[in-house]
Each structure stands twice: as C-alpha cells, then as structure tokens.
Ligand binder design. Structure first.
Ligand SMILES: Cc1cc2nc3c(=O)[nH]c(=O)nc-3n(C[C@H](O)[C@H](O)[C@H](O)COP(=O)(O)O)c2cc1C
Length: 146
C-alpha cells in the first residue's frame, strides 16, 4: 500500500507530527511518501491508495499561503474515491482553532475522496495523548486499505 503524507509547517510542529506518522505507517509495512505541500501535485493524488494531509492554521482561521495553490487545485480534482485523512497542529489561543483542517476535510470530500478517519486537531505541541490520536488516525487509514 502506497500512502502520501503531505504537510505544511512553519515552526516545525506539523513537520514533527508528519515524521512520527511516517515512522508509524512504515512500522506497519506501508510504503510512504513524505512531501511538503508546496511540492505536492493535487492532480496526482489518485495515484496513491491513501493521502494524509496535514496543515496548521493561520491568520484568523485561514489556510496558510503556501498551501493555497494546492487547496485551490483540489477544486478541479476528481479523487476517484482515494482514501484520505486530515490532521494538524494549530492553536486554541487563536479564534477558529484548526479551521484549515476543516477546510481541507470539506474540500477533499467535495473532490470525491473517501474520508476514512475523523480529522484530528492538535493544540500547539503534541503531547502523548495527541500522538495516540495520530496513531489512531493512521490505524484507520491502514485498516481501510486491507
Ligand atoms: C500569526 C499567526 C496566526 C495564527 N492563526 C491561527 C488561527 O487562526 N487558528 C489557529 O487554530 N491557529 C492559529 N495559529 C497557530 C498555528 O497554527 C500553530 O502555532 C501551529 O502549531 C503552527 O504549526 P507549525 O509549527 O507546524 O508551523 C496562528 C499562528 C500565528 C503565528
């Protein structure tokens, strides 16, 4: 099974979570590609069995600038039931906690993807419980591919 993890990270939290996710998936025998979102071609997503999108949230609940092109391209993509999950660290100190996670979740569903796990929002630095939720998301993705 062939899984893409595409992420965006400004201060490193989401990068750390993405790397944890990759380690976990590889321990469970998945073939994983890790990419920064600016390098990800939205039109090639359906070549993966599953796609995991990870983003922070910026400026009053917005999608980060560097993620905008990828997000806009998704509007023209047919994911052909590609399985997906979304997660991200953002901050409860801001209004609209993790709203970019919601935007991506809605868009990937609109693009005809198949959501296989509830989206996970993490408040700032991930703690042990957050990593457990990340692993659980990964378990749902892996289970959906069996
Ligand atoms: C200027 C600024 C605006 C932000 N706006 C939001 C926001 O509207 N909602 C939110 O949930 N988090 C917001 N955040 C918090 C970031 O999403 C959070 O720090 C996140 O963990 C950063 O992830 P990274 O370390 O992977 O870059 C903002 C952070 C900054 C610096």
């Amino acid at each position: 099974m062939n899984i893409l993890v595409t992420y965006i990270s400004m201060t490193g939290r989401n990068e750390k979570i993405a790397k944890h996710l990759v380690d976990y998936l590889e321990e469970h025998n998945a073939d994983v590609t890790l990419e920064q979102m600016i390098e990800t071609d939205a039109f090639a997503l359906d070549s993966y069995d599953a796609v995991i999108v990870e983003t922070y949230t910026y400026n009053d609940g917005e999608i980060p600038d560097e993620a905008q092109d990828f997000y806009d391209d998704l509007k023209d993509v047919d994911l052909n039931h590609t399985k997906f999950a979304v997660l991200g660290s953002s901050s409860k100190q801001h209004l609209h906690f993790g709203r970019a996670v919601d935007y991506f979740t809605m868009q990937l569903n609109s693009s005809n993807g198949e959501q296989v796990a509830d989206s996970v929002k993490i408040d700032q630095d991930p703690d042990e419980d957050d990593f457990r939720r990340v692993d659980q998301l990964a378990d749902y993705v892996l289970k959906s591919l069996k």
